[in-house]
Ligand binder design. Sequence first.
Ligand code: DLL
Length: 432
Amino acid sequence: MFWEPEKECMDREELRQLQLEQLQATLSRVYMNVPFYRKKFDELNIDPDEFRSLDDLRKLPFTTKNDLRDNYPYGLFAVPLREVVRIHASSGTTGMSTVVGYTKNDIKNWSNLVARVLTAGGVTKDDVVQIAFGYSLFTGGFGLHYGAERVGASVIPISSGNTARQIKIMQDFKTTALVCTPSYALLIADTIQEMGIDINALSLKYGLFGAEPWSEKMRQEIQGKLRIIATDNYGLSEVMGPGVAGECLERNGLHINEDHFLVEIINPETLEPVAPGEIGELVITTLTKEAFPVIRFRTRDLTRLMPEPCPCGRKTVKMQRVMGRTDDMLIIRGVNVFPSQIENVLMSVEGTEPHYQIVVDRKGALDEVTVMVEVSESIFFDEMKKQHELIETIKRRLASELSISVQVKLVEKKTIERTEGKAKRVIDNRKL
Ligand code: DLL
């Protein structure tokens, strides 16, 4: 177990004071060492030495992914490269990747924070943890690895891919905790079933999943198929990687490691804070990072804060599971649609599988959405009537959830591409 009650259960007022002091130090550091921030602060007449209250946070400039790209590769580092012991990068879907660095101390903090998340999700030193995230420039593999070692668990650094081998290792090494994306967990679960392996013969107890959005229904599905407790954990490379926030066994919101990250929720259009408890874009300021501090980083992730006390005893504020990214949001005939809404509907319909893809086309001036969804039994393909009924049910439920009508296409099992990392849910063929 890795549990830091003096931080995780800290009195709120004390925490605010700690955050303020750490923020002051971070602001001075970036002002001195990062020309990008110095220029921005000077333009806005911000003197880091005059920063007196967390309420002044709103005066600080935002940082975006584009700022990282513009300063590729090392422009935003706040220490000389000789102090950097690790470099990661995120490829992104378009353009140049963003590069982040860690000092020795950053790695120590990172390991501790991931260890907290793993502990919250049930992992102890008695566990055998199989890490099926890629070990690469992606922060998932190494991030979870160091955290699991910090907990004292026995770590299997298998990396992602080769599903049959994952399962063999799981059987032979008696894996008790699986760490990967939720979509890969589902692929592993389905493969176990297909191979005719009795799930009760495995030793799995916990699943710690993250790096992509997933729904409550998907959690139920994975928990049922793998007979585990599945928790959600969140992070992003620009801020650190995994370890920013994670669910405890209550499975009702992700505790944010607030002694290292200061969070705000803003309206992505007005850039003003939303009312407490409302959904908006998560903005994060790092409080302890040395090599790569970020000030008010706009994550593009949509969530809301849940200030209500948690029975687990942690006092850190929780965030609701990320419902999607502002840049994943589809605007279909003027209506905002998130893939997670579609996922929720599909998973509540009997006879469908949790594998789907959303295809968007533009026919003339009109957007057309086709939801491709796999069906459980190939029998359906012989029974036109049943097939038709299922399509109508899905269409009706989607229309009432999304307030727009969409096309639905049933496809046979395994038609939709499986992934070993982050799933690709949307294919947007519109040239917007
Ligand atoms: O995905 C870091 C990570 C690795 C987190 C392993 C958890 C586990 P990036 O590749 O930079 O970093 O992608 C970050 O992924 O802004 C979110 O949009 C999305 N994301 C990450 N975790 C979750 C989650 C890692 N639990 C981007 N739920 C973030 C929903 C998530 N989305």
